[in-house]
Design a protein around this ligand. Structure first.
Ligand SMILES: Nc1ncnc2c1ncn2[C@@H]1O[C@H](COP(=O)(O)OP(=O)(O)OP(=O)(O)O)[C@@H](O)[C@H]1O
Ligand SMILES: [Ca+2]
Length: 852
């Protein structure tokens, strides 16, 4: 029994195999109403359909690439011939020169030949009457026209079910249908024998009880579905940066139209089909669309970007060409949206309970029927009328049968698994109000039993509002206050200021833009904006710096390298590389430094010690440190080469303050008292991490702080011995985080992990509960997570844990109550039926009396 139970109804909370999902469905077997029983469980057939679609996408894409390669060879050298493409009248009338189908065939078909014929990316931009620099005009009349021709960026979704649909589904209960037949027969026979209305009493009684059951079921199901709809809408909200009217702005991906220029960064999902306009080191992960795991480089030679794929690295500008259901992703999503959420372990367990009780109920129903029939036969045998049956007696038999069926209706807790869904959905809604969006129902269950939280530092424990407060430029440490910024400039040699500003404004992933209201706005990650702000306060002019030298190459920041770099073509000729990043790492690649006189001198031991001491001093004050460096490149340096890692001249070090969030300390204490261990895993410097961890109460005197590279070196045994004591892990790579989580899970801890970056995805995936940050989190992180923390706040995580616990207790109580009701109802029905042959209506009545 036990093994049967464990094998069939034991589902993992995450990543359950298709077999496991199929298995319990099979074992459930006796189901009164499959429509209800399997609602809010995964729709496996739809999922298989989606998987098949992915495979065919993969195949199509592979062929398209082959064909276009061949075409490219053929047309290279030959002037592209005029196409025989005719613009449809209505498209022309709207002011465009390309129809949606042609655009689709170019991008989805990866058709280089057609692309060339239409004049490349610029040609297509012109035909779509957009500009790759300024984007669409935001005139609503023009936008509406565009929308009429090309459609909107939304996927077709199944219509929301109305109340009547739920009534209809509730009616499809097997036992209710049998009762219905009984009622009908009873009505016909009764009226035929005793006439209207006397003979109809029994039949109408059954009909009334059926209607009551159906109404109550449908109402509760309908209410539940409404709750889910709200949550679903929230889950799909994604915003993206778009240039319209030459203004960079945030927009919902639903408002995208062909011709829009969108800005994509590492971790973003490509929101529509489009063409690469400009950008650097773009690597596209197409696995969600095609199942292909090998990432693809996208650049001017291979400019096709498909909706639903993700930026694994780099950043770029893309021009949208096809939206919504015209993309393969749209079609896939339309199918997948009906694929449903995975069932949770509790749901499956309760399905098991319902199944077993169903069998018990069925057994009792059969026994009841047998007992009652036997009673009738016995009395007839005594009367000696066993062979002569009156209509009244036949009706009595029918009534017995109805009583037996009613026992099944009453005793089987068909709604039990649904009730779990109901309480989980209720908790989800409450969590939503508390700024936590639950993506997978199962997470609500698991969160209650979490024993470990591995938290990010930046943005989760801290506010993510960064400002440069200290600097060490040209070897001199200075405070950067509000009043002495101008003086800072005058204290540093001019040549160094020039280099510093050039580094800040050109070697950046951020951007300074003028927004719709004409105000200056700094876009980018908090670290970047802090630096840009610093540059501006030194009197720098970002636009002028950017125009002065040409960007030849950019290697955007990622958490693995912990640095970024650019190569500039200087106005006076020659190439210069700038790099900035984690101080120790960048400093290790420097062999020269600018001294206080503004001269470049070799980095001797004394200066190295001075700089390292500065880094530690900043870090001990809980500041994030960045080192900026540059290097002149030889003239024969080819931009195709990677940006060098060493040989740099250090310009300086900045200390960035990121204050701890209010309330974090208290939340950490709450966790501790609730038996949850909080650990900090960060990419930052170990001293910065320690300082902040102490401030939050995470690092205690008996705890260990370790650096990622040291942790990686440890053997399995050493790791296991170390892990319970690790409270801070600094300079961690994404894989370190993943390893920590895996090891913790292997010693039976239930681990919650928070993350924001693309590289946190593996750890989020591995964790029992992955928590992604809503504001700073990338799409990739969010997609790997089970819960999205909408305000990025550590306290919210504690709230989620609290909800998780209360959900568990609530469900437990509810199940106890419901099972008691069912069993009492079963016993009452059974005994009274055997003793007195009470009528069906009374049972249903008793049941609902008990329920409400
Ligand atoms: N835009 C950037 N350019 C260059 N270096 C950066 C940039 N952003 C961060 N860094 C450096 O990289 C280090 C680690 O970054 P990483 O993304 O791994 O950690 P994080 O996600 O910011 O921190 P946490 O893991 O606590 O959230 C930082 O300490 C900083 O020195
Ligand atoms: Ca992070």
């Amino acid at each position: 029994m036990e093994t049967f139970w464990n094998e069939s109804f034991d589902l993992k909370p995450k990543h359950s195999s298709e077999e496991a999902l199929e298995k319990w469905r099979k074992v459930v077997g006796f189901v009164k109403n499959p429509k209800r029983r399997f609602r809010f469980t995964a729709n496996l057939s739809k999922r298989y359909e989606a998987a098949a679609m992915r495979r065919s996408n993969h195949e199509k894409l592979r062929i398209a690439v082959l064909v276009s390669k061949a075409a490219l060879q053929f047309i290279s050298g030959v002037k592209p011939s005029e196409s025989d493409y005719v613009v449809p009248e209505e498209v022309k009338a709207a002011g465009f020169e390309l129809c949606a189908e042609e655009l689709g065939s170019i991008v989805e078909g990866q058709d280089v030949k057609k692309l060339k014929i239409h004049g490349g990316v610029d040609g297509i931009a012109e035909k779509l009457s957009t500009s790759t620099t300024d984007g669409l005009s935001s005139d609503s009349v023009l936008l509406n026209k565009r929308q009429e021709v090309y459609g909107i960026n939304k996927f077709a979704e199944a219509e929301a079910k109305g109340f009547l649909v739920f009534v209809w589904e509730a009616l499809q209960d097997m036992t209710l249908m049998i009762l219905g037949v009984c009622a009908l027969v009873s009505l016909i026979v009764g009226i035929a024998m005793e006439g209207w209305p006397k003979g109809a009493h029994d039949g109408l009684g059954i009909v009334a009880s059926i209607l009551l059951v159906v109404f109550v079921t449908a109402t509760s199901d309908y209410r539940q579905s409404l709750q889910f709809k709200d949550l679903d809408k929230e889950k799909k909200k994604i915003t993206i940066q778009v240039t319209r009217n030459a203004c960079r702005q945030k927009m919902s991906i639903y408002d995208l139209l062909p011709g829009d220029i969108v800005h994509l960064n590492i971790g973003d999902q490509v929101p529509a089909d489009g063409l690469f306009v400009s950008g650097f080191s773009v690597l596209i992960d197409g696995s969600s669309l095609t199942g292909e795991s090998e990432p693809v480089m996208v650049n001017a030679d291979n400019p096709f970007m498909l909706s639903g794929t993700k930026l694994q690295d780099g950043s770029c500008k893309m021009m949208v060409t096809s939206v919504g259901m015209r993309t393969q992703w749209g079609k896939l999503m339309a199918t997948l949206s009906e694929g449903g959420d995975d069932e949770t372990p509790l749901q499956v367990k309760l399905n098991g309970v319902a199944t077993i009780i169903g069998k018990v109920g069925l057994f009792f129903a059969v026994v009841t029927f047998a007992v009652m029939v036997q009673g009738l036969f016995m009395s007839k045998l005594q009367e000696g009328t066993i062979w002569s049956w009156s209509g009244d007696e036949a009706l009595k038999l029918l009534e017995f049968f109805a009583v037996a069926v009613t026992i099944v209706v009453v005793a089987v807790p068909e709604g039990l698994p649904l009730a779990v869904t109901l309480s989980l959905a209720f908790a989800m809604k409450k969590m939503m109000n508390d700024k936590a969006l639950v993506r997978h129902l199962a997470a609500c269950e698991t969160m209650g039993s979490a024993t470990n939280i591995c938290s990010d530092k930046t943005g989760t424990l801290t506010t993510n509002h960064m400002t440069v407060v200290k600097s060490c430029i040209c070897m001199d440490v200075r405070e950067v206050g509000n009043n002495n910024k101008a003086s800072l400039c005058s204290e540093i040699p001019e040549s160094a200021v020039k280099l510093l500003l050039q580094s800040i404004f050109t070697n950046t992933g951020g951007e300074i833009v003028i927004n719709k209201d004409g105000k200056r706005e700094i876009l980018g990650t908090p670290t970047e904006t802090a630096l840009l702000e610093f540059g501006l306060s030194l009197g720098g002019d970002s636009r002028a710096e950017r125009l002065a030298s040409k960007l030849v190459k950019v290697e955007p920041f990622n958490s693995t390298k912990k640095r970024m770099g650019v190569i500039l073509e200087l106005p006076e000729g020659g190439l210069r590389a700038h790099t900035k990043g984690a101080s120790e790492i960048v400093l290790a690649g420097c062999d020269k430094v600018i001294n206080s006189n503004g001269e470049v001198v070799p980095l001797d031991v004394e200066s190295i010690n001075h700089l390292n001491a500065t880094i530690n001093q900043f870090a001990n004050e809980a500041l994030r440190t960045l080192c900026l460096a540059y290097m002149e490149l030889e003239n024969d340096f080819s931009p195709d080469n990677a940006i060098p890692l060493s040989g740099y001249t250090c310009i300086g070090i900045v200390g960035i303050k990121d204050p701890v969030r209010p309330g974090v300390k208290e939340s950490v204490a709450i966790c501790r008292s609730a038996g949850i261990t909080v650990r900090m895993v960060t990419g930052d410097n170990i001293n910065t991490a320690k300082a902040i961890a102490r401030e939050c109460g995470i690092l205690t005197d008996d705890g260990i702080a370790i650096e990622g590279p040291d942790f990686r070196e440890k053997s399995q045994e050493e790791m296991l011995a170390l892990i319970p004591k690790i409270q801070v892990m600094a300079r961690s790579s994404p894989m370190d985080k993943h390893t920590l989580v895996r090891q913790l899970r292997s010693i039976d801890e239930v681990v919650a992990v928070t993350g924001d970056g693309t590289n946190d995805a593996p750890a989020l995936h591995e964790a029992d509960i992955g928590l992604a940050m809503g504001i700073s989190g990338t799409e990739v992180a969010k997609e790997s997570a089970d819960v999205i923390i909408l305000d990025d706040n550590f306290s919210t995580i504690v709230t989620v844990a609290k909800w998780g616990r209360s959900v568990y207790i609530n469900i437990q109580k509810f199940v106890q109550f419901q099972l008691t009701v069912n069993i009492v109802a079963l016993i009452v029905n059974f005994s009274s039926a055997c003793l007195t042959g009470m009528k069906a209506i009374n049972f249903v009545y008793i049941y609902f009396k008990l329920m409400f």
